[in-house]
Design a protein around this ligand. Structure first.
Ligand SMILES: Nc1ncnc2c1ncn2[C@@H]1O[C@H](COP(=O)(O)OP(=O)(O)OP(=O)(O)O)[C@@H](O)[C@H]1O
Length: 747
């Protein structure tokens, strides 16, 4: 066994002597290697003899990853045969180590499947010896697992379990939907009631993924890259597996020794059903997907990580099980946050080239790392008859390819897409994707659409009779579920949340009116001298205010000129949608706002407010000096004091991309700041702000009052000027839509 580990080690890493390294480096690497081998050999010796794999097991089969605590204190991760064989060669990895594997998966792979544990028996791993076998499952549940006799391996006697103890434990831990509480990545999900557990099935491969110096197809890789990849792979494995030691026999089966701690939870299979459409499995898949989405498949983690609410998790599960969903809810219910998680999950399931992230506006598209819906669709302004547009798209190679490749389409801020356009897109999808898809709604593409129709509506709807997307003829056929999230995260004051809910529906009770009128008073600036941001309905007022305030500082203004790169004139024009300005002028005392997530742990996220306190030389920048020199002709760089942590910072330059599908067609590099004395309501849609002054006297649009007011976290941070209930505009069709909205059984 030690030998097999040894040969694996040899195969995976480039010998130091092969590389042009100094003697010292070589010695260090050799020493590390010796240590690693010694450690692994020691662990290998401690492992029990490997379980005999079924002779039918082959590369590409699925593995049931399960952790068993044997009497000798070892967890073994086993594989068993399942369907269908995967075309993508994948590596057998367990738990946290799946993340790098999933990230590196180049081709799309089938979503993992799960076994639902209806009548779960489980216990604490410390005193737990478990096994499962097909006969046992059949006798207990009446179902014989259809993954077949292959998986009927036993690992000792069936354990007794303490269901009451388990239930108590489940009640005492939050419904995180994640694995055991020892952080050991046991692939078990709970629905919080303690009644259900799931097992995930993931692909396995019988060879290590990475062979130094070789590509997947066996061709040589340049040596340096191979070396680096080998090192990275080792580093990743070290950091993720820690003391998990894979060992394999000739068929590639592995036992994995994992650190365990008393009190971890394990479940084991009692029943399952594999028929995709039964509610039982639907639920199963969702639960597993929840686990996948929140833990395993989130390769691109959002900068700020929260535990998802149970509503958010249920939706994510449904998305991961392939459902098309419309997610709505009032402002601040975490739609964007959920969408971010959904994008990661879908990209890991289908491959990033098959998932297209879009939004109704360039600003919203940039905010979620995507593009505009128009630009994805290749329809220009989208004007014209649907057949004409479909022909236009078919004649453009890139646009047609996008539609054909698309497995999941994300659309954010749907409230700004009109029904006419939505119908056209549905037609185009069917027409362009070919005969196999012509009878499927939206050409069989999975849709994940978010937005709140009570917020800003389409700017120039083509057909006033189909002003909103929900008025599209295809709307109801497009979704398996239409769900309304109800828990508001942005505001914690329930009275304020209630007031906002009234305004959202176009109502304003006398108490709400009274409370809002009392907000016409100055709000204290933060200690650091950071003033509140003013929100204006009109862009013109915003420009005037920022310019006026900057001049009034009577300080020399320092220019920052963005570096723009683009592949075409058209793409260049799209850079106007990027949050960063082409030309930014700053002075000491300028009120600024961060327009990129920089450091979430310190609160330096999109929307964070600060003030310029002085200018430093670019040479003081720790990162991005060379780029910064191109942006600042004066060689000066602003030092900003931020309200969130009261610290002064030199921010490095950042980039924003304009995407055409998944291709970057234009890029702007700029300092990630904008002037923030004033902002437009349109620009702040989707933002969370600490302190705002809102002048609504010129409010003109449906949902504008609501969008503006719902940006602020609490009433103490709000100054409201010119509020008049008659300014609240809500479209009657929207009210009707929400009254009739049936959110189904999902939430
Ligand atoms: N599960 C969660 N736990 C804690 N905070 C959350 C959670 N989900 C979202 N948030 C936070 O709540 C705030 C609002 O979330 P988000 O912007 O996603 O809401 P939204 O529904 O998209 O709002 P809007 O409709 O105004 O764009 C953000 O600060 C976000 O980080």
């Amino acid at each position: 066994m030690a030998e097999s580990l040894h040969s694996m080690e040899e195969e995976s890493f480039t010998s130091p002597s092969q590389l042009s390294l100094t003697q010292e480096q070589r010695d260090r690497i050799s020493k590390q290697k010796e240590l690693a081998l010694a450690r692994r050999s020691a662990k290998a010796e401690a492992l029990p003899s490997p379980i005999n794999p079924p002779s039918s097991h082959k590369d590409g089969d699925l593995a049931l990853l399960s952790s068993f605590r044997a009497a000798d204190g070892l967890n073994k991760v086993r594989t068993s045969r399942f369907f269908p064989p995967f075309t993508e060669p994948t590596s057998f990895l367990s738990g946290a180590a799946l993340n790098p594997f999933l990230k590196s998966a180049r081709k799309p792979f089938t979503p993992p499947l799960v076994i639902d544990l209806d009548d779960v028996s489980h216990g604490r791993c410390a005193d737990y010896t478990s096994s499962y076998n097909a006969n046992d499952m059949q006798s207990r549940t009446g179902h014989r697992p259809s993954f077949g006799a292959d998986s009927a391996y036993t690992n000792g006697p069936m354990s007794s379990f303490d269901a009451d103890q388990q239930r108590k434990h489940d009640e005492s831990v939050p419904d995180s939907g994640q694995s055991g509480d020892d952080g050991s990545d046991v692939l078990v999900a709970s629905n919080g009631s303690g009644e259900r557990k799931q097992w995930l099935w993931l692909p396995v491969k019988t060879k290590p993924t990475l062979q130094a110096g070789k590509n997947d197809d066996g061709s040589r890789r340049p040596r340096v890259r191979a070396r680096r990849e080998g090192q990275n792979q080792r580093r990743r494995e070290r950091s993720t597996l820690e003391d998990s030691t894979p060992e394999s026999n000739d068929d590639g089966w592995r036992s994995v020794r994992k650190r365990t701690s008393p009190g971890s939870i394990f479940g084991h299979v009692h029943s399952h059903s594999l028929h995709k459409d039964t509610p039982h499995v639907q639920n199963t898949q969702m639960h597993a997907a929840m686990h996948i989405g929140s833990k395993l498949l989130s390769s691109k983690k959002p900068q700020v990580k929260f535990a998802m609410s149970s509503q958010q998790r249920k939706v994510l599960l449904a998305i991961a099980s392939g459902k098309s969903i419309f997610i709505t809810g009032s402002a601040g219910t975490g739609k964007s946050y959920l969408l971010h998680e959904a994008v990661n999950t879908l990209k890991n399931m289908h491959g990033s080239l098959s998932v297209f992230v879009t939004a109704s506006t360039g600003l919203a598209g940039c905010a979620i790392g995507g593009t505009t819906l128009h630009s994805f669709a290749g329809i220009g302004l989208g004007i014209g008859e649907k057949r004409e547009l479909a022909n236009k798209v078919s004649s453009k190679r890139e646009a047609r390819k996008r539609w054909i490749d698309c497995k999941a389409l994300i659309i954010d801020e749907i409230s700004m897409i009109d029904g006419e356009l939505f119908d056209k897109l549905e037609y185009i999808a069917r027409a362009v994707r070919g005969p196999a898809f012509k009878d499927k709604v939206f050409g069989g593409i999975q849709l994940v659409v978010t937005g709140d129709f009570f917020q800003l509506p389409p700017v120039h709807p083509e057909n006033p009779d189909r002003y909103f997307a929900f008025q599209a003829e295809c709307w109801n056929d497009c979704f398996d579920f239409q769900v309304e999230l109800t828990h508001v995260f942005r505001q914690s004051d329930s009275e304020f949340v209630e007031m906002l809910n009234e305004l959202r529906r176009g109502q304003c009770s006398s108490s709400t009116h009274c409370k809002l009128s009392s907000c016409d008073r100055p709000v204290q600036a933060s200690n650091a001298g950071i003033l509140m941001t003013k929100l204006y309905p009109r862009k013109m007022d915003v420009g005037k205010e920022n310019e006026y305030k900057l001049r009034s500082l009577n300080q020399e203004a320092v220019a920052f000129l963005a570096k723009d790169d683009s592949k075409s004139e058209f793409a260049m024009r799209q850079l106007e949608n990027v949050r960063a300005e082409k030309e930014l002028y700053l002075s000491v005392g300028a009120q600024v706002m961060l327009v990129k997530n920089v450091d979430s742990s310190s609160g330096l996220v999109n929307g964070a407010r600060g003030v310029v306190v002085r200018f430093a030389s670019i040479d003081e920048l720790e990162e991005g000096k060379d780029v910064a020199k191109k942006l600042s002709p004066s060689g000066l760089w602003p030092v900003v004091l931020f309200a969130c942590d009261g610290a002064e910072r030199l921010l490095k330059p950042e980039s924003w991309s304009v995407m055409d599908g998944n291709t970057e067609v234009a890029k702007r590099t700029q300092i990630p700041l904008i002037l923030a004395w004033a902002l437009s309501v349109h620009k702040c849609q989707g933002m969370t702000l600490d302190r705002v002054e809102i002048d609504l006297s010129k409010s003109f649009e449906y949902g504008m009052v609501y969008v503006a007011l719902s940006r602020v976290k609490c009433l103490e941070g709000l100054r409201l000027i010119g509020f008049d209930p008659s300014l609240i505009k809500v479209h009657s069709k929207v009210v009707q839509f929400y009254e009739e909205l049936k959110t189904g059984e999902l939430l």
